[in-house]
Design a binder for this molecule. Structure first.
Ligand code: 13P
Length: 255
């Protein structure tokens, strides 16, 4: 089964609202000729509604960086899937390693958020990844299996088909140290095998698995050419429209 590339920019806690509007506008104009690659941007909550207006009618899609699993209520600082949906978000990034490291995200809360996102008809981008210590300690496979199995607990096969996975080795995020093409490929092949163990080969072959962690214009083509790499979740290089353009153009050429 041929999988479409999905290139998503995770802007994290960067860009004011006015800066976000400018960046989104630049990306919309650079993505005009893109036909076969999904281009997604995830601004801050504060900027998301304005960015949604800028990208309306274009082939750039909106993601939020997180979501709460409750519908509404006394959850200071959080936003709900209905709020995301109303402004036109199509994707929600869930379980980013920064959420796991700094904000008490667990496999259980990831699972609650994944189910909530799917129930609203939106698509989760489920982030998994190991620390350097875990990789060096021989725990790579057990850590990734637990994260993937945890995220998909009680998720139906039909819903699993609507998910995207982002493999982001923690040691490669924001460090400039990128996984080699072979390291990323081998690990993503393993992640796909875990999906296959849960849902069977057909689902595993259709789920898009992105690579994330210091993906840049100069290493994107090599990574994206790997069999089990179906896109990128990009931090730093997504904040400059020319760099982000280089990456989604590389995917478009390969696609
Ligand atoms: P960098 O591309 O800055 O390493 O960030 C990757 C990432 O965490 C995307 O979610």
């Amino acid at each position: 089964m041929s999988r479409k590339y999905i290139i998503a920019g995770n802007w994290k806690m960067n860009k004011t609202v006015s800066e976000s509007v400018v960046l989104a506008g630049e990306i919309v104009s650079k993505a005009k000729e893109i036909k076969n690659t999904e281009v997604v941007i995830a601004p801050t909550y504060l900027a998301a509604a304005k960015v949604a207006d800028v990208i309306k009618g274009s082939n750039v899609k909106l993601a939020l960086q997180d979501i709460h699993w409750k519908d509404q209520g006394a959850f200071t600082g959080k936003v709900s899937v209905d709020m995301a949906k109303e402004i036109g978000a199509e994707y929600i990034i869930i379980g980013h390693s920064e959420q796991r490291q700094f904000f008490h995200e667990t496999d259980e809360t990831v699972n609650l958020k994944v189910k909530k996102t799917l129930s609203a008809g939106l698509k989760p981008i489920i982030c998994v990844g190991e620390t350097l210590e875990e990789r060096n300690g021989g725990k790579l496979e057990s850590v990734l299996s637990a994260q993937v199995e945890g995220a998909y607990k009680d998720v139906s096969k039909e819903d699993a088909l609507k998910t995207v996975i982002a493999y982001e080795p923690v040691w490669a995020i924001g460090t400039g140290v990128v996984a080699t093409d072979a390291q990323a490929q081998d690990t993503q092949k393993f992640v796909r095998s875990v999906v296959s163990r849960i849902y069977g080969a057909e689902v595993a072959e259709s789920v898009q698995i992105q690579y994330g962690g210091s993906m840049k214009p100069d290493n994107a083509a090599g990574l994206l050419a790997q069999k089990d790499i179906d896109g990128g979740l990009i931090g730093g290089a997504a904040l400059k429209s020319d760099q982000f353009f280089s990456i989604f153009s590389a995917a478009e050429k390969l696609g």
